[in-house]
Write a protein that binds this ligand. Sequence first.
Ligand code: SF4
Length: 593
Amino acid sequence: MNILLVYPAMPPSFWSFSYALRLIGKKAAMPPLSLLTVAGLIPRGEHDIRLVDLNVRDLSDADLAWSDAVFISAMIVQRDSFHEVARRARQAGKITVAGGPYPTSYVGSDELRDVDYLVLDEVEETLHGFLNDLDRGTAACVYRASRKPPITLSPVPRYDLIDLDDYTSMLVQFSRGCPKNCEFCDITKLYGRVPRTKAPGQVLTELGQLYNLGWQGHVFFVDDNFVGNWRAALELMPFLIEWQAERGFPFSFTTEASIDIVRHPALLEAMAAARFEEVFVGIETPSIEALRTMKKHQNIARGDPQFLERAVRALQGYGFEVMAGFILGVDDEPENPFDPMIEFIQEAGIPMATVSLQAVLPGTDLEKRLGREGRLRGDTTGTNFELVLNYVPQKDPALLIEGYERVLDTIYDARLEMYFGRCLTLMTRLRRRHWPKSRWAPSWIRALPTLLWTVPREIPSEIAVSALKFLVRVLRRHPKFLPEALVYIAKGHHLRQMTEQLLISEAFEVCVERELRAIVAELARCAALQVRDMEEHVRAYLEEHLALLRCEYAKVHADFKYRTARSVQRFFVTIKTELRCFGIVHGVELEKF
Ligand code: SF4
């Protein structure tokens, strides 16, 4: 059987780094580890496999024509692209098979009707049974796992199916599951609270595969919580250090961990020696009351209200850049959570802070609680970059959204001065960093000419001026950080563009609502006054207001137009209905937007 693995497109988000990628000529930030793992589980020789990552290239009709079955793996955030792929595969008469967090969280819902088979939960447990049944013609519609399998069963991902040069980072996974119990989190529901780890040899084999394929540079340990089982993580370190040292430290590492990693100094020393450079932690909020409400107990230390600040400083002291997630709209946060959050991020020297509005994910304890309280409102898009609330917050939603926009517009201001300030603060705190060989990795050196060509063309002049000042300061005070400084400029450009587009698309939606109200009111006024030549008057009025909307719409970047699709559709449907009520059906070219 010819199996086509398709990874749906990710909408732009903080983590997509799409604007930064353009500067260095890369196509995507990270490869689809889930599908590479699926590929590793499919017995070689029995099936032919191809992989299409829609974040790298389009799905062609030829791809579909080649395949017998299309396997799609997706997270909630990839939902739209997922359904587009499923629709095309169905139309082409192919078997469609879906798995991953999105289908697993929405099993039983109508929206998954466009796939033939759901292979859910952890694929190491469900894929073989499905493939055997499919072979015998007895496949069931849904395959579920009855346990959380040991991930020692996980195969070496088939990195050979992708072009490594398309990506800025490679991914490996050491552990799955997390022992914590944060109220908003779906990880513990999907992967359990008992962390399962790979054997050190398994991890080294995966790294070896990447190394043998020519990869040098950045590798992300995409664990749910790297210190979920901190003893196992500590046991891995001597193997990792030795492996790196034998090859001259070809990789630098990033991982995600709960902030109580700071309580394990021996592990942190070893991670630094292994060339971990960045740790992503969920700080969520500096408000202790809100942390208690979200059951983020690991972020609170009794009798130490400054615990989070000190923890970040301590991690930076080991040489790690701390990247952090923040949430607004949590119950029991202060009336003004915005300024303390800005202050925290700035003081802590966290260049990359992903601030998002709280989203209620399916299956979480938060969903249960808000459901009991009658505060749920619709579904989530699953992105960390959204202005739609799917629950009733304690605060006025308009104030919350306004405050959220202000936080983003401050930490990623138009000149990125606050951002570059945080980068410099961080550099002064990273004195103890071990430098990996990969700082000028071959892929980086290859990207430099593209960078020199694209930066003057892509980066707005106000950012370019601040970036230049930043570079001069780095060269004067922290010359060793020059490669990092270039990366910070590219990342900062992305973060500002994301912020700007969020604000522009939000302003456009507000404009659509305002214009809609104005047009409907004008129609009612004309009808009430029985205006002469009403049709002509309405046409002229509409044209004038549509011209304004078109002008605003043009400001929304093509990558973000999808965000406005719903309000644009609502606008046209409402106007058409209203016009029909007044018998005006012809001559207004509404769709020319
Ligand atoms: S520490 Fe992270 S992964 Fe673990 S439950 Fe909390 S949010 Fe989820």
